[in-house]
Design a protein around this ligand. Structure first.
Ligand code: ZN
Ligand code: ZN
Length: 333
């Protein structure tokens, strides 16, 4: 099968990804499904794995963790899916289910968690395996390409929205407006929020306005009104300062990314006092995933996708880094 590998992480402009044309199709282990990849979304985390912002966990790993696939084989003891079913594979691949975090329902914090496309080979390939217990049923009313971004961008955006503790009818600021933010914005709008988008991309601003946000501005601009909650999707630590300064008393800023450049020194009075809170968002639980996909099933989300053939995955990552498209890129084998 064809599959991409990260041999030596480095800047995407230096071609760190290698396309292999004759990999063996993986075998599903105990409890695993073998998926024929139908679509794999391109996520910013794939860029961090490819460029080495995230330390390598598996030599030559195949990235990709927004996978819509067809079950073609079941490993021993795999339950819940049958050959021919469609299934989604996402970032969270496995947790131990015995640590204190797993036991209190916070498996996203499990210190023994494994991730698709980082610890195990992901969906920049024609086939991949996924533990059946961590695979998702997919919502109805979407085509395959539209489903892929829901599986990470959508789920993480939803978890970030929960972490931002937006009050009912509240004012939400979104810093950066890519795959994840454009889905979180729609969930927030559906819940009655007023949404302000702060981003450098001209296309992204147009998309935000089309989706019904109240205002758009530059990445470090002040929104037209104080924010009850904000979510930082841009991996730019320097934006944490204007985002905190834009919060109303008691407001919360959640940082959605797995990677952020250094945050410059904060000024207590200007950035934190009056009980403003700064929080991170780490992965998601399967419950978050099922909750979000359930919402997506009930409420049709507009998903903007840019298809690339699987063989052009490295172009897709370069375009993502350069901000050459709005919405989400997807790879089609
Ligand atoms: Zn655990
Ligand atoms: Zn992702």
């Amino acid at each position: 099968m064809r599959a991409w590998h990260v041999d030596t992480p480095g800047p995407v402009t230096d071609h760190p990804l290698r396309l292999s044309l004759d990999d063996e199709v993986p075998r599903p282990g105990p409890g695993e499904l073998l998926l024929k990849v139908i679509v794999c979304g391109v996520c910013r985390t794939d860029l961090h794995v490819t460029e080495g912002d995230l330390p390598p966990h598996r030599a030559g790993v195949t990235p990709g963790h927004e996978v819509v696939g067809e079950v073609v084989e079941l490993g021993p003891g795999a339950e819940g899916f049958a050959v021919g079913d469609r299934a989604g594979a996402a970032w969270l691949r496995r947790t131990d289910q015995e640590c204190k975090f797993c036991l209190r329902g916070a498996e996203n914090l499990c210190p023994h968690s494994l991730y698709t496309g980082w610890d195990a080979d992901g969906g920049y390939a024609e086939y991949m395996t996924v533990p059946a217990a961590y695979a998702y049923r997919l919502p109805h009313g979407y085509d395959d390409a539209e489903l892929a971004p829901l599986l990470c961008a959508g789920i993480i955006g939803y978890h970030a929205l929960k972490r931002a503790e937006l009050p009912p009818g509240g004012r939400l600021g979104l810093y950066g407006f890519g795959g994840s933010a454009h889905l979180a914005a729609q969930v927030a709008l559906a819940q009655g929020a007023t949404v302000h988008v702060l981003t450098r991309g001209e296309q992204a601003r147009r998309l935000a306005l089309e989706l019904g946000v109240a205002s758009v501005g530059g990445a470090a601009d002040m929104p037209p009104e104080p924010l009850d909650s904000a979510i930082m999707f841009a991996p730019a630590g320097e934006l944490v300062l204007p985002a905190l300064a834009a919060l109303d008393r008691g407001g919360t800023l959640a940082i959605a990314g797995i990677y952020l450049t250094d945050i410059p020194p904060l000024n207590y009075e200007k950035h934190l006092f009056q009980e403003r809170q700064l929080r991170s968002v780490t992965s998601n639980t399967r419950a978050d995933g099922r909750e979000f996909l359930g919402l997506a099933d009930e409420h049709k989300l507009a998903v903007t996708v840019h298809p690339y053939p699987l063989d052009e995955a490295d172009d897709a990552l370069r375009d993502l880094k350069a901000g050459r498209f709005d919405g989400a890129a997807v790879l089609i084998p």
